[in-house]
Design a protein around this ligand. Structure first.
Ligand SMILES: [Zn+2]
Length: 169
């Protein structure tokens, strides 16, 4: 999933949370928290290429511990953090093309995904380096190849945008 889709998924999750929990408000502050939190698992992309960035930063246990600690410190922020990160992991588990998620880390390094992940390095680029135009094109082509995953990501992004609109209108 691309970064903007993760952000919009987190905002959509916040909207749902605010509808079902009186403790969580849907406002500019919580939207900012949700947006930042929804990107936290992808810090691995600063260290590894795309295929290998799903390490411990995509481990549910790691984030569960961090979220519980955050909930103890501040219930609203902790809950927003938990929902945004959980949505990141669920959507990555569903849309991962190159690498699954280490759902059982640290007990197992096996990576899981709904779709079988690619065996080759097609679409695997190091985002820390500036991509050449041809590489950028190949990356996008490999990304858009699976129309089901693309449709799912588009749907999530639309739900996030609609959630933001409810704040404006
Ligand atoms: Zn991710």
């Amino acid at each position: 999933m691309i970064f903007i889709s993760h952000i919009l998924a987190g905002i959509f999750g916040l909207k749902l949370l605010s509808m079902f929990s009186v403790s969580v408000e849907f406002n500019q502050f919580t939207i900012l928290i949700a947006a930042v939190a929804s990107l936290l698992p992808d810090v691995g992309v600063l260290i590894h290429d795309m295929k290998h960035h799903h390490g411990p930063s995509h481990s549910p246990l790691v984030w569960l511990i961090i979220s519980v600690m955050a909930i103890v410190l501040n219930f609203q922020i902790g809950l927003v953090l938990f929902v945004a990160i959980t949505l990141h992991l669920i959507t990555d588990w569903f849309t991962a093309r190159l690498s699954g998620l280490p759902l059982l880390w640290p007990f197992s390094k096996t990576k899981y995904s709904v779709y079988r992940t690619a065996d080759d390095d097609k679409g695997n680029y190091d985002l820390r380096k500036k991509l050449k135009k041809a590489d950028r094109k190949r990356l996008l082509e490999s990304y858009y190849e699976n129309k089901i995953l693309l449709g799912f990501e588009f749907l999530i992004a639309c739900l996030g945008l609609l959630s933001i609109l409810t704040l404006i209108v």
